[in-house]
Design a protein around this ligand. Structure first.
Ligand SMILES: C[S@@+](CC[C@H](N)C(=O)[O-])C[C@H]1O[C@@H](n2cnc3c(N)ncnc32)[C@H](O)[C@@H]1O
Length: 261
């Protein structure tokens, strides 16, 4: 009797969790087609635009669950790639905010390493306000700026390291292409572009489950497995050397791309 109550409670919890996740991701995309919204942000999930939802949803366990509990491994790789790039005196950009502790860990690493200028950008002002609160221990040591990854305000070749953490899969394909060319444009010769993203899994069963997940929740993500794979995109532009580490049967990747000097 008690085990069936626990089972029912657990099932109800899973259904509520999935329902909430659907509502704030795919549900938002559906609703955005009916509610008038600026063209440049119709793809943004409510979970990143509404302050209440941002505060409620920015929990590391939830983000970790979406990334199949690989979040810490991915963040560790990003941090070690930043350290490897040696940041002393460099200009570093993080193109778009992210949930969990990736921003505090990255900013701490950059400050310790002596980065000259650190800037975090995002399309949504509420995300920047939230980021500022999360990074209050480092106040005055970094800048926040509203900017669209598809048309950045930075001059050509002025950023030494640009980190893009799970942004591309949320952009419509035309925006992905623009964001790749903007990231390439603003990176300095010899500079690094570090991209954490979904990757086409090696196992067939994982590809089937991944396809189902993306179709239901994150419809723009599937093209990351093919046409908008970061290594494919950067190498086809020419002038980039890419190193890729994959995680969890190939489901995720961290790409470190170096622009020719
Ligand atoms: C980088 S993704 C992070 C997703 C991931 N699930 C996480 O939180 O770790 C989400 C961020 O991208 C931002 N964003 C969406 N479209 C953007 C664009 N065109 N330019 C800049 N930021 C954008 C959203 O406002 C949001 O803050």
């Amino acid at each position: 009797m008690s085990s069936s109550i626990v089972g029912m409670a657990f099932s109800a919890l899973v259904c509520v969790g999935l329902g909430y996740f659907f509502l704030v991701t795919r549900g938002a995309l559906i609703a955005n087609t009916f509610v008038p919204r600026a063209q440049d942000r119709f793809h943004v999930y409510w979970v990143y635009s509404n302050m209440g939802l941002i505060k409620f949803s920015d929990r590391k366990t939830w983000v970790a669950a979406v990334l199949l509990f690989q979040y810490d491994r991915l963040v560790d790789r990003v941090v070690s790639e930043i350290k490897r790039a040696s940041v002393k005196g460099k200009t570093v950009l993080m193109t778009s905010c992210a949930f969990g502790d990736v921003m505090p860990k990255v900013v701490k690493t950059l400050i310790r390493g002596g980065a000259e200028h650190i800037c975090i950008t995002d399309l949504i002002n509420n995300e920047l306000i939230h980021a500022g609160k999360k990074l209050k221990d480092f106040q005055g040591k970094f800048d926040l700026a509203e900017a669209d990854a598809t048309c950045m305000p930075n001059e050509d070749g002025t950023v030494d390291i640009n980190l893009i953490f799970f942004l591309f899969h949320e952009l419509p394909d035309a925006s992905k292409a623009l964001a790749f060319s903007e990231a390439a444009r603003l990176t300095a010769p010899g500079g690094k572009l570090i991209i954490a993203e979904f990757h086409r899994p090696r196992k067939r069963i994982m590809r089937m489950l991944g396809r189902l997940y993306f179709t239901v929740f994150e419809p723009f993500a599937l093209s990351m497995w093919g046409r908008y794979d970061p290594v494919h995109c950067l190498e086809s532009m020419g002038g980039w050397t890419c190193e890729r580490a994959t995680y969890f049967f190939g489901n995720f990747q961290v790409v470190t791309a170096t622009k020719s000097a």
